[in-house]
Structures are given as C-alpha cells and as structure tokens.
Design a protein around this ligand. Sequence first.
Ligand code: NAD
Length: 264
Amino acid sequence: MDLQLNGRIAAVAAASKGLGKAVARELLQEGAHVAICSRDEARIEAAAEDLRKATGGEVLPIVADLTTLEGCRHFIQTTVMHYGGRLDILVTNAGGPPSGPVERFDDNAWQAAIELNLLSTVRMVTAALPHLKESHQGRVIAIASISAKQPLNNLALSNATRAGVIGYIKSLANELGHTGVTFNAVLPGWTRTARVDDLLENLARTRGVTSAEVEAGITAAIPAGRMARPDEFAAVVAFLASGRASYLNGVALQIDGGLSQNLL
Ligand code: NAD
C-alpha cells in the first residue's frame, strides 16, 4: 500500500527520543520531510543527525519549549517558513507529567501538567490549522496515553489532561471535519522507550527486585504478553498520517496490545 507520504511536510513535536523520534523516523522512511523539536539544542541536533543517517531523509531540528505559547508557535512557524508555507501533518507530543498520589498535587502541579499536555496540543494545532487546511492531506495526530481511556493509579495529572486532549481532538473532528483535515488521537500503552527502561529500573530499586521482574508483572496484564516496540507504535501513526486514512476522523485509538478493557 502506498501511504502517499512521499514529499509531505510533517512536524513531529517532542522528538529528541522515544515515541516522537520513532514517529519522525517512520515518516522519513516513507519519504516525508520532517521538522522535530525539543528544548535542548544539542539533543535535538543529535536526534536529527541520527535520523538523517538512518533514513537519508531531510530533517529540520528546532529548539522549542512546548510548555509556552511562544514555544509552540515558534515550532510551527519555523517549520512552515522553512518549507515555503506548507504543512501537511502535525503530530503533537510532549513529555509525561509527574506521577504520585492524587492528593499530593498542588495548584502549580496541575497548572504545569495542563500546560505540558493539554495546552501544548491546543497551541500547536491552533498555529498549524491555517496551513493544514490548505493541504490536500491535512492530518493532526495527538499522542496521548491509554490512561485517557483507562485511568491509572498515581497518574491523576496524566489521566485528567489526556482525557482533555481526547475531548479537544473530538471537538476539532466534529467542527472542522468538513475542511478535509482529519483529527485523531493515539493512546500508547506500555511502549519500550528509554523512559520506560528508567521507570522499570526505579520501580525495581524501590521494590528490591530486578527490572525484568517488574516488567513481567506489567506484561502479565497485557494480552499481547509484552510491551510494544516504538516502531510498532510509529507505524500506526504513519498510517493515520497517510493519504489512505482519509476517512478516519475523531478516533482515539489505543495501541496497547489489548491492555485496555473498555469495549469502545
Ligand atoms: P520520552 O521521555 O522518551 O520523550 C519525551 C520527549 O519529549 C523528549 O524528546 C523530550 O525532550 C521532549 N519534551 C519533554 N518536555 C518537553 C517540552 N516542554 N518541550 C519540548 N519537548 C519536550 O517519553 P516517551 O516514552 O517517548 O513518551 C512520549 C509521551 O507519550 C509522553 O507524554 C508519555 O507520558 C506518553 N506515553 C508514553 C508511554 C510509553 O510507554 N512510552 C505510554 C503512555 C503515554
């Protein structure tokens, strides 16, 4: 199947590593030109170089802090300027908010999580929309989390802000579906990024077990019996970004090996 991604212009947020970088790589392999961002100049330049070497594709690294309105606008505007006013695909993403018991989070913690995970999505989409509407293959894919469908303990900040992202994406799909732009969310379950490796090691230290034992406890609840590889997640995002996904609009798609037990 030709995904019709060759020559498309994509902006993939928060992509110096992990899921964002895997998505950038997949889009590059399909022939798209990809702008990526994160806060640290050395890290985003290094990620861009890795991606160029791995795919031979054209990568534009941009330094932007997505917790600010200026950072979100800067990411989109720099991308659009570099590619002669064009933008076809926006993949929103950011780091995860801290974990902890629900009662521990004060007003500042809530404010920060809303800026990081909900407002960053709204701000990037708002800046990108005029350009996406001019594309024949306008796509927004928001990376959220399975916690939006099946809230997890100790992750109240994530549970609440990701659910907000789904509500926002659904509103966009409803109100702007007629423009031809599609708006969808993807909900990763356990995906083996460096962040998850760190998490497993931290849990292992706290519990006095090995990280393989912690992982076995987690994967026992996943029907697929294992965590995802980042490239498995990225392949689904690339399909949603493709010309072939033109009638998929307003979905919140879990990519979790069957972990979430909701019927819809
Ligand atoms: P990661 O920590 O490996 O990567 C996060 C990326 O975001 C990095 O490139 C980092 O530089 C960038 N970033 C963080 N804060 C930023 C900011 N303020 N401005 C710009 N860039 C910023 O995480 P990951 O595993 O790739 O996860 C990506 C997202 O998906 C996170 O929100 C995470 O909570 C969520 N998620 C991940 C999993 C998983 O299993 N990996 C599962 C569910 C949800």
